[in-house]
Ligand binder design. Structure first.
Ligand code: NAP
Length: 489
């Protein structure tokens, strides 16, 4: 083991299926790399369709056991798991930073955020109320109950290795579903550590199954999940392209599908905004996780009158960001996940510069090479550039100038995506007008951070369907059953 954990047993390098930790049926394993150094952190089983089928069967076997545990008792198991995750924060954060590259302080924040879903859904589990409906005939009584959909599956990305899993699993378990989880091939160790803690918390074997794979076996695992009639719900977080493919495949077995997909968030600064606060919000919304979050600001729109002041202040703030490996103290921007991500971000910046963009700030990456990308601020950008339409997924802030409110709403909505949007204004009338006019699932007003377990997270248009978090998140894992009781006298 390359990593030093205070609890070494959290470094699990076998998959978790049923009551066993296991190898792949083919015996094949795949390497996991540290994005900061390209050093091999370890290997995990490279599982395939056969292994996925076994995981699905184990989840199906555990379903009646888990479903029939009273909600209060399931809730307590989730709370025990929550406490164990919090107690293991340091080790989990070490794993997250090693696999995904984000600064350790952000990894600690992710662990707290991820754990908060266990607490939230432990509480929601006991409040999955149904309804009693006024009957349409005197001898009838009408009831609606909520039941778990059954076996559910989760396919998650690498950018939040703990939170993207617990956001789904916590809701599924609260509803009474069992699960097959396929973590991203870049970040399986965090997922497996969460699995170890679930076992310790007393979650019965087979309720949580973690199938590890590689970029070569992902498609096979995904299609096995989608085509299995046993799996009744699929929750996917990742790119829009992959989400469409999975939804198409899942249609063959008419599953419940929830998709948390890509974004192209607008970040609007009106001339009545508090510019200092807007700069603080911009740093949080753009440079967290090196710009690799789905809710990252992708396009900054700044009103003419304050454009130059905003650019000057953001540029000054970006120049002092410290780029480096996430496990080094004071580092605020880690590496991108891999060489492919670097190439994509570089391509978008080169295209913008070729089309006339101006570099206002380019962070210092010193002697670092590999996946480190300098935090960059661009001006003189326009809607013909690729970065106006594509998700950058890197620490690059393009700043567009706009004239008035009507213009900026049109520009902000000129995208196929609709996940998050941010704006800064002190005018309360404008706050409501703009929030209602922006086509997206989530709006941050005078803040660059909006995620919380208590609120529904999700998008519109090509950013997805369904919601995670809040009381709404439980719906993705429940079916409504209508019961009509007749012959009442
Ligand atoms: P991705 O290429 O779509 O992959 C996401 C995960 O799904 C990976 O583990 C990937 O495995 C797997 N996958 C992709 N296609 C699959 C298939 N057909 N069957 C089974 N597994 C499949 O996305 P990414 O580049 O890793 O992640 C970044 C994207 O996720 C961005 O677009 C970001 O906006 C989005 N995201 C959205 C949210 C949200 O809540 N809306 C949150 C975080 C991230 P392989 O890598 O092996 O292909």
């Amino acid at each position: 083991m390359v990593l030093k954990l205070s609890d070494g047993t959290l470094f699990q390098s076998k998959a978790l299926i049923g009551e066993n930790v296991c190898e792949s049926s083919s015996g094949s394993r795949v390497e996991v790399l540290d994005p900061a150094t390209s050093q091999v952190l370890g290997t995990v089983p490279e599982m395939d369709s056969t292994d996925t089928q076994v995981a699905i069967s184990e989840a199906a076997k555990a379903l009646p056991i888990w479903r029939d545990i009273p909600a209060g008792a399931r809730s307590e198991l989730l709370l025990t798991w929550y406490q164990l995750v919090l107690d293991a924060s340091e080790d989990l954060a070490t794993l997250i930073t090693a696999e995904c590259g984000k600064p350790k302080v952000e990894s600690l924040g992710e662990v707290a955020y991820a754990a908060s879903f266990l607490k939230w859904y432990a509480e929601e589990a006991t409040r999955a109320y149904g309804d009693i409906i006024p009957p349409h005939q005197p001898d009838k009584r009408l009831l609606v109950i909520k039941q778990p959909v059954g076996v559910a599956a989760a396919i998650t990305p690498w950018n939040f290795p703990a939170a993207m899993i617990l956001r789904k699993v916590a809701a599924a378990f609260a509803a009474g579903c069992t699960m097959v989880v396929k973590p991203a091939p870049q970040t399986p160790f965090t997922a497996l550590a969460l699995g170890v803690l679930a076992g310790r918390a007393g979650i019965p074997a087979g309720v949580l199954n973690i199938v590890t794979g590689s970029i070569n076996s992902s498609l096979e695992i995904g299609s096995t999940i989608c085509k299995s009639p046993t799996v009744r719900a699929l929750s996917f977080t990742g790119s829009t392209k992959a989400g469409i493919s999975l939804a198409e495949q899942a249609a063959s077995t008419v599953k419940k599908v929830s998709l948390e997909l890509g974004g192209n968030a607008s970040f609007i600064v009106f001339d009545d905004a508090d510019i200092e606060e807007a700069v603080k919000g911009a740093l949080a919304a753009k440079f967290r996780n090196s710009g690799q979050t789905c809710v990252c600001a992708n396009r900054f729109f700044v009103q003419e009158k304050i454009h130059d002041r905003f650019v000057e202040q953001l540029t000054a703030a970006v120049k002092v960001l410290r780029v480096g490996p996430g496990n080094v103290a004071d580092v605020t921007v880690g590496p991108l996940i891999d060489a492919r991500a670097y190439k994509k971000v570089k391509g978008l910046v080169d295209d913008a510069i070729h089309c006339g963009a101006k570099i206002e700030a380019e962070g210092d990456i010193g002697a670092m090479t590999g996946n480190f990308f300098p935090p960059t601020v661009l001006t003189a950008v326009n809607s013909k550039m690729r970065l106006a339409h594509e998700e950058i997924f890197g620490p690059v802030a393009p700043i567009f100038k706009f004239k008035n409110e009507a213009d900026v709403i049109r520009l902000a909505n000129d995208t196929e995506f609709g996940l998050a949007s941010y704006f800064y204004s002190k005018d309360i009338n404008r706050c409501f007008r703009v929030a209602e006019a922006i086509e997206c699932g989530m709006v941050g007003i005078n803040t660059g951070m909006l995620s919380t377990a208590a609120a529904p997270f999700g998008g519109v248009k090509s950013s997805g369907v369904g919601r995670e978090g809040g009381r709404y998140g439980l719906d993705e894992y429940q079916e409504l059953k209508y019961i009509c009781l007749g012959g009442m006298t």
